[in-house]
Ligand binder design. Sequence first.
Ligand SMILES: [Zn+2]
Length: 510
Amino acid sequence: MSYIRKLIAVFLFLAPVILFSQTEPVDLDMVHRIRQEGLRNSQIRDISFHLTDVIGPRLSGSTGLTNAYEWTSSQLEEWGLSNVEIVPWGEFGRGWDNERFYIAMTKPYYQHLIAVPRAWTRGTDSLVAATPVLVNIQSEDDFEKYKGRLQGKVVVTPVTSEPELSFQPLASRWEDDELEQLAQYPEIRPPAYGQPRRQPSDWFAQRALMQKVNDFLEQEGAIALLNASGTYGAVMSHGRGYATNIEPGMPVVDMTFEHYGRIVRLLEAGIEVELELDIRNRFLYDDLMGYNVIAEIPGTDRNLRDEVVIIGGHLDSWHAATGANDNAAGVAVMMEVMRILKELDVQPRRTVRIALWGAEEQGLHGSRNYVRQHYFDPAGGGRKPDYDNFSAYYNVDNGSGRIRGIYLQENDALRPIFEAWFEPLADLGVSTVTMRRTGSTDHVAFDAVGLPGFQFIQDRLDYRRSYHTNMDTFERMQLGDMMQAATVVAVLVYHTAMRDEKLPRKHFDR
Ligand SMILES: [Zn+2]
């Protein structure tokens, strides 16, 4: 190729890039001001401390979550946000507070055990001593073996899988080559002929048997059921049914694998084991509703102020600790975004709204019902009038790691827009725009009905190790990372609220 032809080739290659960055405006003065406020005057530490240490666990339907509604809404009000409201999304079910919990092994020697009571189960209501019994039920035929033998006993089931030794680092950030790979769309495969469908019948059969086993243990008068959950002292929290049309189940204790395994091995060897436990749980029936916390910075453009840009994260947590990574981190980041924008007295053309969701952990109930009420109700005629006034929803719920990029949920039209907005943030480590989808957080409620909803690519840190456990406390939150995240989100939200058009949508024909 001649020199000139080479130049032309280079120009043709670069031309679209130049055009894109020219078409999507970036307000560098505002980027500078947001960076100053977010990185120099951050309130992340104080917000995080309140959400975790001061308020405590925020299980759906618990007193802690009610306190969190109160504190977040009064804080948003104090910052001068408008239309601050605690709004019901629908009926959740009965609430539950754990008021006391203790479990120890007293024979063959004394040892305190690391465990957590399962949410929405009954307590023992006093300190009781009880013998654990190994119960192995594979089918209903096995019930006969245990009839009359479980009265006043704690039921332990055999260990079926052991935790594997992990050689993974305890925490990690995305490496450059990993981000590069993430930016690639996954290998495209033609649809397979006669693709086998997953068989749900096994799972249903297993579930039905589990229910029968539980009924049997209750009838036989067992005191409690032990379950192995989590390793290295980190116990995973779980829950049982909270709907008011089913009876609360028997006491269940989730215990770290190492402590559970020892009890099982001793019992299998025929060595006498004795436990003592005290579980006091209270069910709350006064208010069965679930809520979201909403607040706004109203839009100022006469033609655009009915349109909204929403940011959010879920306020509820599991109960074994203070739900720091999951998801006080996301809530703190989004509250800080609103504080930054308010502090800078930005005058957004569109309305900027924060939504702190309830009951995400039980199935995105807060966000799904919000979308149903305001934007799209599949059972009630589909699109609502506000469907056309929606621009975008941004979510943070993958721990406290800094933002490295965004998942476009396969919406091609958004790539040049985010690339332009990320450009002045490159030094903060934000650059990756991937076409891929990600799931499992509240943005799904919007994405599922054709509205632009996003979750960010966040550094993983030690999220996988701690979420839902008794170790998900303030210590898990990397405050510097969260300052970066709030700054990045504030820049994106500002530009989403200011641009001439709403964000482009994917084709959605329902
Ligand atoms: Zn979460």
